[in-house]
Design a protein around this ligand. Structure first.
Ligand code: TYD
Ligand code: MG
Length: 465
């Protein structure tokens, strides 16, 4: 039988072309044609959405009434790495597909080799497919990790069909594919790492996971092009998406769940990269503080909530004379939000930075997305502009609205308690987050509740004197 020819389908309009073109012949968009493997379903049905083409397929799937479907809790197998289990929602799930994304060199292979080994030692068969490194390189890493006696099976292979064959023959409890961008399928002519290949391979591996019950972990590099052939194109296909965060220059790494069909999202795992691999940090609240002997201008400690854990992160700002078009740069914080906060500062607190360069940074490579960082960012900017440090032991949190109001942050009491526990003594927080009159005070912490940004500025001015 002649091999069916693959089609190139436009990701914008759905138009097709028999060969790859830079521009879609139907809608004229550039770089949108993506190869698709010819399959009987695709070639048979065509665009005939309501015609008879699918009639022969009807009846092949059974309907079920929702209330009659047994809703069993998914069984999880802890990996044995507590911080990883925390982000996964308890452990790996049979038949579940997890995508782990992150910059090259951040520790994906290290973490997964450690997890595979821990599972193997717990009696689960683990298979590690390496497409990036040779078996010898993986072995070298395992020695470095102190896993000389590891029984994890390693397959150095990049062809999907061979990988699936091996997986099917061995049916491991967990299979790690490191990385999805190196794997290619024979069915497509596109190069490994292209959107078409990455999608096709992930789809086959997902199908295998569901059919066999093997938990599959896909490693994906965040490529320069980011959205293109990086892990993003797979997010909708998999059950769980984890991303590595952190500065490759600092030793701390965060693993964040951004999607989890089996657990809570936005939970984070905290690790430290050591000489012998990644070690979980069970109590991470203070790791993102740089230790200044004396308070310095432009530095404010924010109590942020990551998943279920409060963490203290130093926010730094530098405000300096800018040129004709002053710059606004932020690392770890949203840049659009920074522009908005500067406008609020000007309008409601009379702090003008129009002719100044403004840089803000969340120390340690953490990414902070919650608006509760607003107040700390604004206080850091003002402190840098005026050259006045905040008092020793100072913390802040709270969202600031366009009208200058300071809005409460979720779980304020927990944040305050964590700060007090770490020895912080002065807090400026939204009024609704301060303990109510007559309620038990938080020992060691003087709390200044504020309702507006102007008020926060006044409090800080008095404290700095
Ligand atoms: P790696 O896990 O290969 O990153 P990725 O798979 O995400 O590309 O390695 C991450 C870095 O960590 C690498 O530069 C070497 C370093 N490293 C350690 O510091 N300690 C260790 O025990 C290991 C195995 C690696
Ligand atoms: Mg790697």
């Amino acid at each position: 039988m002649a091999k069916e020819k693959n089609l190139f389908v436009c990701s914008d309009c759905g138009g097709t072309s028999p060969k790859w073109l830079g521009r879609c012949p139907s809608c004229g968009a550039w770089n949108t044609l993506i190869e698709q493997a010819a399959s009987p379903a695709a070639s048979g049905g065509g665009n005939n959405r309501f015609g008879t083409a699918y009639a022969s397929l009807a009846g092949s799937a059974e309907l079920a009434v929702l209330s009659e479907i047994e809703a069993s809790e998914v069984a999880r197998t802890p990996t044995g790495l507590d911080e990883l289990d925390r982000v996964l929602g308890g452990g790996i799930v049979a038949g579940g597909v997890t995508l782990i994304g992150g910059d090259p060199g951040i520790g994906k292979s290290t973490l997964l080799l450690q997890a595979a080994d821990a599972l193997q030692r717990g009696g689960q068969n683990a298979l590690y497919v390496t497409g990036e490194e040779s078996g010898a390189q993986v072995a070298l890493r395992s020695r470095r990790l102190g896993l000389e006696l590891s029984q994890v099976q390693v397959l150095a292979e990049i062809q999907l069909e061979k990988i699936l064959g091996t997986l099917d023959a061995h049916r491991p409890a967990i299979a790690v594919i490191d990385s999805i961008q190196t794997i290619y399928s024979d069915q497509l002519t596109s190069a490994p790492g292209s959107v078409a290949q990455v999608r096709e391979c992930a789809a086959h591996l997902t199908r295998f996971a569901k059919a066999s019950g093997t938990a599959v972990v896909l490693v994906g590099h965040v490529t320069k092009e980011g959205a293109l052939a990086g892990p993003r194109v797979l997010e909708h296909m998999v059950d769980t998406v984890l991303y590595f965060e952190g500065d490759t220059h600092s030793s701390f790494r965060l693993v964040r769940a951004i999607k989890n069909r089996f657990g809570a999202v936005n939970e984070i795992g905290v690790f430290a990269m050591t000489e012998r691999g990644l070690k979980g940090v069970a109590n991470p609240s203070a790791i993102f503080l740089s230790q200044h002997a004396e308070p310095v201008p432009g530095s404010v400690v924010l109590v942020t909530l990551e998943g279920t854990r409060p963490m203290l992160v130093e926010i730094q700002a530098l405000v300096d004379n800018g040129g004709p078009s002053p710059r606004r740069l932020s690392v770890g914080l949203d840049r659009d939000r920074l522009a908005m906060l500067l406008a609020v500062l000007h309008r409601h607190a009379g702090v003008a930075c129009m002719d100044q360069d403004v840089f803000v940074n969340a120390v340690g490579g953490v990414r902070i997305s919650e608006p509760a960082a607003d107040l700390a960012v604004m206080l850091a900017i003002t402190s840098s502009l005026r050259g006045k440090p905040l008092p020793k032991g100072f913390i802040a949190f709270g969202e600031v609205g366009l009208a200058g109001e300071v809005r409460p942050a979720p779980r304020g009491q927990e944040r305050l308690r964590e700060a007090a526990k770490l020895g912080f003594s002065v807090a400026v927080v939204p009024k609704a987050n301060a303990p109510r009159k007559g309620a038990k005070e938080i020992e060691g912490l003087t709390i200044h509740p504020v309702e507006r940004i102007e008020e926060a500025m006044d409090v800080v001015r008095q404290l700095s004197h």
